[in-house]
Design a protein around this ligand. Structure first.
Ligand code: GDD
Ligand code: MN
Length: 388
């Protein structure tokens, strides 16, 4: 469990940044005005922005000891930047806000008060609550946002009016009780805090979302996909690991590749066994690629290891093939009636696929992409010598 650092303060403001050098200094200036009278610290978590946002903050921090920056050398994303900052913080209240001036800093003292004086666990800076709004968003963005909100409500029940907000504050006590379960992936960090705790006391403070003037948004299609997966994880994660859902999705695309490979090969006049092998092989190549860069990140094989990983993957897939064939064979032998219609035959086939998929998944996650501690690269001959 996380302990607050030795000397605590009243409020920690966590600000994730990626290429916000033109915004961050303005924001830090505004915060020092509105937070006047509060014992606060500001922690900017920057993923080594190419525009040197971290350097700008470092310079401010030399003048103002309440401001510090954590510079991470790998880009791990918005939510994980937030949890990293939170873990380093020492405030009794932890607030999170964007660096791009879209979140109205003038409501921050009110949010802080709701937590520190009124005993709320979470206070959301809300575009949906009274006094809130989206500024002049395009119809398109409004639609996407309300779609995402609707989906969150369907899956999780209505937790707050604006579950997609990136602007919120939590008490240290609530943070400590939930952080171990939070999944720091994607953009929906507030949803994690709301859903992982046991009936938190929640309130909302309305504010008008501002337009971005400098820099650009980092919200893209892959963030949207991560969001969908995160909802599945929040709802069903206790039953099915998210990685298995990803593995299953890749598997579905793999069977399409398999089928098309087979169909094309056959239409080109290839014999059936050869066309089957070609389809299977194409599917193996495609799913290796997709699993490597999607399902099993960050354990992705790169460089020379990419091909070693492919070799392991091929071997494990052969095992899957044997499982699938055996299950199908066993079912058809024991229940010959299943051969009689195409529907039952497909059913048998799908049962075979399911057994193979589960087996393959365990082998790939515990062996191919984890290798049980066994390293793919041989130790170099001149191993470094420890100097005592
Ligand atoms: N460290 C780090 N790493 N920070 C990041 C990363 C990253 O990979 N990606 C984005 N950020 C920072 C940005 O620099 C900014 O300060 C903040 O996170 C929000 O990113 P934006 O790219 O401006 O997001 P947005 O404005 O499109 O999305 C906002 O609204 C969404 C709902 O409408 C955010 O507040 C989201 O949290 C919110 O879900
Ligand atoms: Mn933004």
């Amino acid at each position: 469990m996380t302990q607050p650092a030795a000397r605590s303060c009243d409020l920690s403001v966590i600000i994730p940044t990626y290429n916000e050098s033109e915004n961050i200094q303005l924001l830090l200036g505004k915060l020092s005005d509105v937070l006047n009278g509060i014992d606060y610290e500001i922690i900017v978590v920057d993923d080594d922005s190419p525009d040197l946002t971290w350097k700008v903050v470092e310079q401010v921090g030399q003048e103002d000891k309440r401001v510090q920056v954590i510079r991470r050398l790998d880009r791990k994303g918005l939510s994980s930047a937030v949890t990293t900052g939170m873990l380093e913080s020492r405030g009794n209240c932890l607030a999170v806000m964007d660096a791009d001036l879209q979140h109205d800093e003038t409501i921050l003292p009110t949010m802080f008060k709701r937590i520190s004086e009124e005993g709320f666990d979470i206070c959301v800076g809300s575009r949906e609550a009274e006094g809130g709004g989206y500024g002049d968003w395009s119809a398109n963005r409004k639609l996407v946002s309300s779609g995402a909100r609707w989906l969150a409500n369907v899956m999780m029940g209505e937790l707050v009016l604006d579950p997609m907000s990136g602007y919120f504050a939590v008490s240290r006590q609530y943070f400590q009780g939930t952080i171990d379960q939070v999944n720091p992936q994607g953009f929906k960090i507030l949803l994690e805090f709301l859903a992982r705790g046991e009936s938190p006391r929640v309130c909302e403070v309305g504010y008008e979302f501002r337009n971005r003037i400098h820099g650009e948004t980092k919200l893209n299609a892959s963030v949207a996909l991560e969001y969908l997966l995160a909802l599945v994880d929040l709802r069903f994660g206790w039953l099915v690991p998210n990685q298995f859902v990803k593995f299953g999705l890749v598997g579905i695309t793999g069977s399409l590749v398999n089928f098309f490979g087979f169909a094309v090969a056959q239409s080109l006049g290839m014999s059936i066994p050869l066309a089957v092998v070609l389809g299977v092989e194409l599917a193996i190549l495609w799913t290796y690629f997709a699993n490597n860069f999607f399902t099993f990140t960050p354990m992705t094989f790169r460089g020379r290891n990419f091909f070693m990983g492919l070799l392991l993957y091929q071997v494990v897939c052969c095992y899957g093939l044997v499982v699938q064939l055996s299950v199908v064979q066993m079912l058809l032998t024991n229940f010959p009636v299943m051969r009689e219609s195409l529907l039952t035959l497909y059913l048998v086939y799908m049962v075979g696929v399911a057994f193979a998929a589960v087996g393959n998944y365990f082998l790939h996650s515990y062996y191919t992409w984890n290798r049980l501690g066994f390293s793919l690269s041989r130790p170099s001959k001149s191993a470094p010598v420890a100097v005592v």
